[in-house]
Each structure stands twice: as structure tokens, then as C-alpha cells.
Design a protein around this ligand. Sequence first.
Ligand code: SF4
Length: 375
Amino acid sequence: MNLKTPGLYIHIPFCLSKCLYCDFYSLTSISAAPGFLDALFKEMEMYRTRFNPFDTVHIGGGTPSLLSPQQLENILIRVRENFNLISNPEITIETNPADLNRSFLESMRENGINRINIGVQSFDEKVLGFLGRRHSVKQAISAVEASRKARFHNLGVDLIYGVPDQDMGSWLDTLKQATVLSPEHISCYQLTLEAKTPLGIRYQAGEFSMPGEELQHEFFMKTSEFLEDAGYIHYEVSNFARGKEHTSRHNQKYWDHSPFLGLGPSAHSFQYNQRWWNHRSLDQYLAAINAGNLPVEETETLTMEQLRLEALYLGLRTKKGIFLQDFENQYHYDLFTEKKKILTRLEEEGFISIQDGYLYPTQTGFAVADSLSLI
Ligand code: SF4
């Protein structure tokens, strides 16, 4: 049985416009928001007793900052009515810089939201244009400043690197600007192009090329070096925190097989050895709920071997790595004995370290974390 504390994720499926690289489910009109919220509240009731208590609530999407202060307040009222939260939960909202003004931010704080994530993506206007973001560099800077004034003391920014034609200088300028604003958390994602997105289609048509493996590796290493020098802990392949207390408590749940409940279209959930996910389309989601059913599209039961491979893959993407004794207890597999030969070789080659019962990636190993898990 999994005794880790669960997290709650709520997917808000609306964006004002679609970014050109985005593969997440969202609609570009918020006219359906009232109907969606009614359904979301019914979905909460359906899960009332199945998970509890939560220590994180993550409102993501989509663009949750498109909702009104009243709608966000109602979500949090319903969360508290339907579920138990521990006394100091981490409550995060994902936002677009264009939506953030002082009074909206203050109302979020009053509703108990204590962590804000701002989708900045770049401090280079050209890159923002290429990605099809609907905000400017100036708006991104103002959004961070306004969040501080509204007493957000746990603030994260998301950035994207590896954009075609982006040179190292432009990326380092973006990182520099980010550190000047001094957020508690920085996520740096490498741009990946999904086939059906507008940028994916243009790429397949040969309109531009993507940075090669060597350059991507250089982006990764320089990012790590720059942010570590600026005082950030590189605690997961794509994530940096100013202190241990600023790491994302919610994301940790995805990396260590903690249970989580995902509500809203396309949201995924995990409990014990089961993973399930909701209908992606809002219409199907609403139809299921209005018929009194859970809006689940599919459920998957994971074997012990699948769980073990996932734990290895996810654990090796974190700086802390894998505590071998816990791994053995949870997945009935003595990783150290079973894979001794290959682990010794990887350690000799400088990709991993094994110390104090932990197996963890070195900086070099971090850069190739996904391949490491193939051991
Ligand atoms: S704001 Fe986020 S969810 Fe919406 S289209 Fe852009 S990347 Fe996708």
C-alpha cells in the first residue's frame, strides 16, 4: 500500500489563443467556463472519500488565470468542502503574464493560493513571437513585480530553450534576466515539437531546423552551470529551486509514485498501481459527468515491473536519486545486486554515484538521464 500523501491537480481547459508548440488540451473560448465549473464540482463530489488528505493543490491547464477571481474562489471553496487539506498545503496556480494585475493577484492570495507559476518562456521578444505567446517581455517583468507586491513569496517562472535560431547568448540573457527577478523556482524546458502542432507541421515541411544533439547538450550544461552559480539547486532535470523549501512539492508526487487525483478534461490520476485519465474533449467530459458517471476515458493497471521501470526512470531524473532500500521495499527488486555490473561501469564512467544508500545521477548523468534509466 502506498502511504505517501496525495496531491490534487485541477485542469482548467481554456486559453485565449493556442501557443504554436502546445499539445495540451485547451479551448480558445472561455464561454464554456460556467458549465465546466459545474461539472468540475460534481467530479469533486464523486471522489470525496477516495483520496485524503491532500497536501498540494495544483491549478493548471490551459490558463487558469483566465478565470475570474470569483470563479477561482469558488474552486477553492469546493475543494475545501469536498476534501481534507493538511494545515499548510502548497496551493499553486499556473498563470499567463498577460493576465496578472495587482487586484487579481491579491484576490488569489486571499483565496489561499500561496505559490504562483508564471509562464514567461523567454525574455527575448523574437523567441516569444516564434513560440506564438500572447504576452510581451515587458508584461512578463511586470507580472513578476506585481506578484511580489501582492505578497507571493513562492514564485516560479517557466522558460523554454532550444528554440530554432536561438543562440547561447540570447538564452543566457534570458537566464540572467530571470535571476535578476529572483524567483524561488525556475523550470527550464527544452522545446519539443509534437507532430500535430503548428510548429511541428512547419518543421516537418522543412521550414526550419532544430538545434542538434550537441547544441542541446550545451544548452543543458550551460543552464545548469549558470543557475547553480546564481545559487539555485538543480534538483530535477528541468527544475531549479533557490532552496530545498522552494522545490515543487506537487511535482515531486509525479516523480516518486505518490498518489494524485487529476480533475478536469485530460487530467491524469494515480493511486496504488492504477493510472487513469479523463476524456480529453470538454464535450465528452461534460456528457459523462452530466450522466452521473466518472469522466474516465481509460484505466491502466501497472505491473510491478512497469512500476519499477517508471520509478527508475523518474528517480534518475532527480538530484536526490533513488534510495535503494526504499526501492527494494516498494518494488521487490534489489537494484544494486541485480544491476551491479552496469552500475559499476556507469559509476566508473562518471554518470552516476552510489553513496549512503542512494543511487543518483552526476551532473554528466543528469544530461543523459533518460538514457540512464535503460540500464
Ligand atoms: S498558454 Fe500554456 S496551455 Fe495554453 S496554449 Fe500556451 S502553452 Fe498551451
